[in-house]
Design a binder for this molecule. Structure first.
Ligand code: SAH
Length: 219
């Protein structure tokens, strides 16, 4: 799929974003910083221009390499659960379109993001740069995390994992938090707080559907 990279962000787009933010409020999102980030970021630039009219509906969309940009509610929910604070080091697994990464950058986090599909890695890198966001991107396998940049205050996984990857648990700071959908087909969203080197609390946060977290990179 080819992208038409339009940097055009009009009053119409902004108006639609505000409507989306109001919808997210009715669905239970309360973190004003998350809602502000969503109202600031031109989501339509992260998807194919043929879907532009739907960019501010609360739905997932196909992006390149048979992947999807997550539904705005899912982005808002995962970000809210992370309780993001400016300056925190956050690792994202599954850069995809780069939209979730933009939300975290917009909230002042220092973001590290891994993508296993080269086409998406390049697209996200280009778009995030164009929009003025700076982050550390890696083309690779998220199951390995980013040991050279660890530890992280927060980790967000945006693909459905078979299990919680041990490397990611190791790379989380004590006092840190991870949000990760686990399961095949439908996933349980798990909120994991790391209390000590081998001490975790795990809360189930409901059912979601993500594309699968696959091993190794696409090559
Ligand atoms: N956060 C993205 C959502 C993309 S969908 C967004 O805002 O658009 C999930 C992404 O995870 C896909 O792009 C997929 O290629 C990627 N992915 C799946 N398994 C992975 C792995 N092991 N390492 C890194 N990325 C992975």
């Amino acid at each position: 799929m080819l992208y038409f990279c339009d940097v055009n962000d009009t009053a119409k787009h902004k108006g639609r974003r505000l409507q989306l933010v109001e919808l997210l409020r009715t669905k239970g999102i309360t973190d004003e910083r998350v809602l502000q980030a969503i109202s600031n970021i031109p989501r339509h630039l992260f998807i194919d221009s043929s879907f532009e009219d739907f960019a501010y509906q609360d739905t997932a969309f196909p992006i390149a390499a048979d992947q999807t940009i997550s539904q705005p509610y899912t982005v808002a929910f995962q970000t809210e659960q992370l309780n993001v604070k400016p300056g925190e080091r956050i690792l994202e697994i599954g850069t995809g379109s780069g939209y979730q990464c933009a939300v975290l950058c917009e909230m002042g986090a220092k973001v590290f993001s891994i993508e296993r599909q080269h086409e998406l890695f390049l697209f996200a890198r280009g778009m995030l740069k164009k929009l003025g966001y700076s982050y550390t991107g890696k083309f690779g396998d998220g199951y390995q995390g980013m040991p050279t940049f660890a530890p992280f205050d927060k980790i967000i996984v945006t693909a459905g994992a078979k299990e919680v990857p041990a490397a990611l648990l190791r790379q989380l700071n004590i006092g840190g938090r991870m949000i990760i959908p686990v399961g095949v087909g439908t996933q349980k969203m798990l909120l994991i707080d790391k209390k000590g080197e081998k001490d975790y609390t795990i809360k189930k946060m409901g059912d979601f559907r993500f594309v699968p977290m696959l091993e190794k990179k696409d090559g």
